[in-house]
Each structure stands twice: as structure tokens, then as C-alpha cells.
Design a protein around this ligand. Structure first.
Ligand code: NAD
Length: 261
């Protein structure tokens, strides 16, 4: 039987473009209701004009790293539904590229604030709605950099390892409420983010963008790009009843990345 998310209610942070939007589209196509927020008003408007924007999609402008903004977003969602089936903590920035001596404390603070503390704002408000639902799923976006070292990206790496620590802890705290908590660790995703990451790394190393791109793709045994939709499909599997006994895991979707250098 085809995997169904019929009538599942799903919140996605930073969901108006990139992996979040690809995931929203996968979930909508399987019958879910999606409540997404994003900082970027232009992307929010685009989602509102998308053909999939019927009564099952709600998009809202919100800075995920501002607790009041997140509370306002949840107040809006709460007017539409008191219970949810899933929260996808997707928000996360790439942070700076450079060796530790060259980075500033502001670089570190901003990366940890958006990639870790924002997840806390969403999770704290989502848990009562998941409990009301008598169970559900929290999915935290980590990275290959959450299970391996990643030279020149220390704040990002620290933030993504933190996401896995929180995931494993929450899975233990929330198991008795039938709330499952998992992290997904995407590999090198074809999309705007990697265009920027490759540009910054090529500039730092003073090599061509083509060379950096080839190296990134070769980190996977399958020597391939990963697509945003691949992450959406893993999210939909974890949210569905097919994933009902999977919790506390850090799941790579990366073509078997064996190194990040
Ligand atoms: N793209 C990759 O190669 C890759 C690899 C591994 C992990 N990830 C992780 O997956 C997640 C999604 O990545 P992506 O590549 O789609 O990201 P992205 O850089 O393409 O950004 C996606 C969205 O995040 C929004 N956003 C940024 N800051 C925000 C904020 N403070 N509040 C609300 N929205 C905000 C942007 O407006 C954008 O619409 C992140 O956590 C990222 O670290 C991405």
C-alpha cells in the first residue's frame, strides 16, 4: 500500500524553500496538512501561490530564532488545530567558513542560536500538541557534519552534533508519550545552499568551484548528489505508521558519505 499521511498535521520550520519546501510538497502530496513558517517573505508568498496551496497549507512569516515570533506562529497554528502529528525542526544555517583562528564569537553565537536554540523554541511549544494527539513524531535536521568532523565549518559541526544529542535525549524523555524523536543527516544536497557553500570554500582555499564541487560529491560512496526530495521522503516515512517504532536515531540520507573534508 502507498504510504499515506492523510489528515496528518505537520509543522515545518524554515519551510518555504530548500529542503523544508521539498518536504512540505512530499507531505502535501500524501494528504497531510502542512503549517510552515519562514523568515523570507518572498518565499512565503511563492508557497501561497503554489498550486498545492489549497486548504491544507498554511504559511506564515516568522524568524525561527526569535522566541516571540515562534510563539506568534504557534498561536496562529493553534487557531487552526489543537493537535499535531509531527514537528520538523528544519531551520539551520551553514554558518561561516574558516579555520577557528579566523572566526568570531558572533559567528559561533549566531550559528548555535539558529541551529540549536531555535529548535528548542519549536519543540517546547510542539510537545503539548503532540501529547494531545497521544503521540507523534519530531524530526530534527542534523547533517553529515553531525556524525563526522567537517574542517573549516566548526560552528556548524558543533551545532549539528548538538542536534543529535538533543534528539537522543528527547527520544528518552518522550518515549512514554508515544512521541518519537529522530534526526536526519543529509549529505550534499543539490540546491542553493550548496552553491553558496561551494563558493565560500573555493574562495577560502583559493581553488576553483568545480574542484570543490567534485570533492563534495565524491565524499559519498555512490558519488552522487542527494536531492531535497530524498529528505522529504525520509520525513514522510518517519511520520507515517510505517515508521512507528523508530526513535532516537540519527539517520543519514547521503549516498553513504564516508568523509567530509
Ligand atoms: N543543503 C544541504 O546540503 C544540507 C546538508 C545537510 C544538512 N542540511 C540542513 O537541512 C536544513 C535545511 O537546509 P536547506 O539547505 O534547505 O537550507 P537553506 O539555506 O536553503 O534555507 C532554507 C530556508 O530557511 C529559511 N531561514 C533561514 N534562517 C531562518 C530563520 N532564522 N527563521 C526562519 N527561516 C529561516 C530561509 O529563508 C530559507 O527559506 C538545515 O538545518 C541544514 O543545516 C542541509
Amino acid at each position: 500500500m502507498l504510504l499515506s499521511l492523510k489528515n496528518k498535521k505537520i509543522i515545518i520550520s524554515a519551510g518555504a524553500s530548500g529542503i523544508g519546501w521539498a518536504t512540505a510538497k512530499v507531505c502535501l502530496s500524501k494528504g497531510a496538512h502542512v503549517f510552515l513558517c519562514d523568515l523570507d517573505s518572498k518565499s512565503i508568498k511563492k508557497t501561497q501561490k503554489h498550486p498545492l496551496n489549497n486548504k491544507r497549507l498554511f504559511s506564515y512569516e516568522c524568524d525561527a530564532s526569535d522566541e516571540d515570533d515562534v510563539t506568534n506562529f504557534f498561536n496562529q497554528v493553534y487557531k487552526k488545530t489543537k493537535k499535531i502529528d509531527a514537528l520538523i525542526n528544519n531551520v539551520g544555517i551553514a554558518g561561516p567558513t574558516g579555520t577557528i583562528e579566523k572566526l568570531t564569537s558572533e559567528d559561533w553565537e549566531q550559528t548555535l542560536k539558529i541551529n540549536v536554540i531555535s529548535h528548542f523554541y519549536f519543540t517546547k511549544l510542539a510537545i503539548p500538541m503532540l501529547k494531545k494527539n497521544k503521540g507523534g513524531s519530531i524530526i530534527n535536521l542534523s547533517s553529515g557534519a553531525g556524525i563526522m568532523g567537517f574542517p573549516l565549518r566548526s560552528p556548524y559541526t558543533a551545532s549539528k552534533w548538538a542536534v543529535i544529542g538533543v534528539t537522543k535525549t528527547l527520544a528518552m524523555e518522550l518515549g512514554k508519550f508515544k512521541i518519537r524523536v529522530n534526526a536526519i543527516c543529509p549529505g550534499t544536497i543539490k540546491g542553493d545552499r550548496m552553491v553558496r557553500v561551494i563558493r565560500d570554500k573555493a574562495k577560502f582555499l583559493k581553488v576553483s568551484k568545480k574542484k570543490v564541487e567534485k570533492e563534495f560529491v565524491s565524499m559519498a560512496s555512490m558519488n552522487c548528489w542527494i536531492y531535497e526530495e530524498d529528505i522529504g521522503k525520509m520525513c514522510s516515512f518517519l511520520i507515517s505508521s510505517d515508521g512507528e517504532r523508530i526513535s532516537g536515531q540519527a539517520i543519514p540520507v547521503d549516498g553513504n558519505a564516508t568523509r567530509m573534508d
